[in-house]
Design a protein around this ligand. Structure first.
Ligand code: SF4
Length: 468
């Protein structure tokens, strides 16, 4: 671990603070502020953009390894690619040593690119099989017209040494190497221009377990030798725990929690971090482990929830007080109903569907009675829930999902559904940088309404509601 990272952060003592606040003496290399990467809909009628990265802010200190974890599709790779300008940011800032690199273009951008490189997940597809190892590693030097051809060859041979390959490998082809060796070739290539910052995108997940440790050790040695700064993207949490100084937990384009690795792993604060960590397999299968089961799949980043990004699946979601006593399974079914209606509202109805609907015939969406039967058939519904569901069903039968959803939101919704934590607004408002709750003396930050004084903390609620 770097000395910088071992130095603990300072608590400002405030309940919330912008994610960019940090003590002035820290040596920050990368400052990310309210960064957004959206992909526009290219269809004729336009439409909602895919919000792959949706307003993240954090710093990376010189010489540290920041881990970035989260489920597949949460935006980790897009964030990494945006940081080194392989993708264009839609909004926000990325400052490297004070320079906003989202403003760079042309020769300035090419010059800056030397500072930041990326190691890709799959060494098979990231290396060109028609080029020799020497040509692959030398290519960035050729592009940047670095010194003379003889000096470039010499530099490549030294780099092959550095990453544990042999100089005579210069004239061989990638297919002649094992997966671990191919990843070493990829790492050598990223080092050619002496970058300060490297995005490691799942660099060992395609490798055999026996080779993973060798590559991890190599990355640690290189960091020590060249003073490198890493963003380490991974879904293998045990590797992250071993390698990273701090960890950022990402969900649906947002950073839900960020803090020192050991502290975050041993005492998570955000409900999503709790859920993610509870899924790590125990070495001892008989060990008594509290596992949180998440229902459903993450929403589409094209249509994220209006409130907290995790609100559609959160096991600690704040309920209206009058429904706090409902059993968890029934509460989950009510949430599922909301999601089904949201999807129905958004789904493009084909002309055939519309005609069938007008004729009162069945459509591919199924009737509300079928949905109710599926969701609530086994439950003895409390009268107050039953009357709301009847009202909702009446509106759905009239193809008025909008009013049906409004009724559900009014009755069963809470601050988690209508207000994004830390912003005081719903998703439709102009994007603003969220203020995080500081949840420990080290300055660890979490994005969750439950850290407010008026609510119970997530771990208390999770213990009570959802562990099995
Ligand atoms: S704000 Fe609400 S939905 Fe979001 S993580 Fe916290 S409790 Fe869960």
């Amino acid at each position: 671990m770097s000395q910088d990272a071992l130095r603990s952060e300072t608590d400002t003592g405030t309940a919330t603070e912008p994610a960019d606040s940090h003590p002035a003496d820290e040596d920050v290399m990368v400052e990310v502020r309210n960064l957004r990467t959206y992909y526009e809909d290219d269809g004729l009628l336009g439409g909602s953009p895919v919000k792959a990265v949706d307003g993240v802010s954090f710093d990376i200190k010189r010489g540290e390894t920041l881990g970035l974890v989260g489920e597949s599709g949460c935006g980790k790779t897009t964030l990494g690619r945006t940081l080194i300008q392989l993708e264009s940011a839609t909004g926000g800032e990325i400052r490297f040593d004070g320079t906003d690199i989202t403003e760079l273009s042309g020769a300035e951008l090419k010059k800056w690119r030397r500072n930041a490189q990326m190691v890709f997940q799959d060494p098979d597809s990231s290396l060109n099989d028609r080029m020799t190892v020497g040509e692959i590693v030398r290519e960035p030097l050729d592009v940047h017209d670095w010194k003379t051809p003889a000096e470039r060859r010499q530099r490549v041979k030294e780099l092959l040494d550095t990453v544990g390959l042999q100089r005579e490998h210069y004239y061989r082809y990638p297919h002649q190497f094992s997966g671990g060796q191919r990843q070493r070739i990829g790492i050598a290539r990223t080092l050619t221009l002496e970058p300060e910052f490297i995005v490691l995108d799942e660099p060992v997940s395609a490798l055999d377990v026996s080779v993973q440790a060798e590559v991890i050790n190599l990355l640690e040695e290189l960091q020590e030798e060249f003073g490198l700064t890493y963003l380490f993207i991974a879904h293998d949490l045990s590797v992250v725990r071993h390698l990273c100084d701090r960890v950022a937990v990402m969900y649906l384009g947002n950073i839900m929690e960020l803090g020192p690795t050991e502290e975050l792993f041993s005492d998570p604060s955000n409900p999503y971090t709790h859920s993610l960590l509870s899924a790590i397999p125990e070495p001892d299968p008989t060990a008594d482990k509290d596992r949180i089961t998440l229902h459903g799949t993450p929403p589409s980043p094209r249509h994220p929830p209006d409130g907290c990004p995790f609100s559609t699946r959160c096991p600690a979601r704040i309920r209206p007080p009058e429904y706090d006593h409902l059993e968890n399974e029934l509460w989950t079914q009510l949430n599922t109903l909301r999601e089904v209606l949201r999807e129905r509202q958004r789904a493009e109805r084909s002309i055939t569907d519309r005609i069938r609907e007008l004729l009162g015939k069945e459509t591919r969406f199924g009737t509300i009675d079928e949905i109710y039967d599926e969701l609530f058939g086994e439950y003895d519904l409390p009268p107050e829930v039953e009357s709301v569901l009847e009202e909702v069903a009446d509106h759905v039968r009239k193809n008025d999902e909008t009013t049906a959803l409004e009724i559900i939101d009014d009755e069963f919704g809470s601050i988690c559904d209508g207000c994004e934590p830390g912003t005081g607004s719903g998703a439709e408002a102009d994007p603003v940088e969220p203020e995080y709750h500081v949840v420990s003396d080290s300055g660890r930050r979490s994005l969750c309404h439950r850290h407010g004084d008026e609510y119970r903390e997530p771990d208390e609620v999770l213990d009570e509601r959802h562990r099995n």
